[in-house]
Design a protein around this ligand. Structure first.
Ligand code: ZN
Length: 132
């Protein structure tokens, strides 16, 4: 991904400082070509229960903004996850210990997301938000 790599630290921090801005960014990428329900293929939706989630107006199934993205089942706040993406974009060699120290998150948590980011880089050549 993309644009994040080109930002300097202060640009990054001003753009992705809130949950709101991170989630909106994911939603914009994820549904760039419009919403398609994964269950029934319907394209009409209304707002879901959580921020930026979408609910199919036909079968009522709801998709959260992070479902089917690289942040799926990521148990740290989205702003921290974005920071980690930023850090790994700039230094793919960074260790999960270093991420853990800088972000003040458990090393295992950092290791898991880092492993997913690296897998994505290996397969796609860059970090793709929509990689699952
Ligand atoms: Zn549906």
């Amino acid at each position: 991904m993309f644009e994040i790599k080109k930002l300097n630290v202060s640009q990054f921090e001003s753009l992705f400082s809130s949950d709101e801005s991170c989630l909106k960014f994911i939603a914009d990428q994820k549904w760039a070509d419009g919403f398609v329900c994964r269950k029934c293929g319907h394209t009409n939706f209304c707002k879901g229960k959580t921020a930026y989630s979408r609910r199919c107006t036909r079968c009522k199934s709801e998709e959260s903004v992070t479902a089917n993205t690289i942040f799926h089942r990521c148990h740290i706040p989205i702003t921290e996850a974005f920071k980690m993406v930023y850090m790994v974009c700039h230094d793919p060699e960074i260790s999960s210990y270093e991420l853990s120290r800088q972000l003040e998150k458990r090393q295992m948590t950092c290791w898991k997301l880092k492993a997913k980011l690296m897998e994505c880089i290996e397969k796609k050549g860059e970090i793709d938000l929509l990689y699952k």
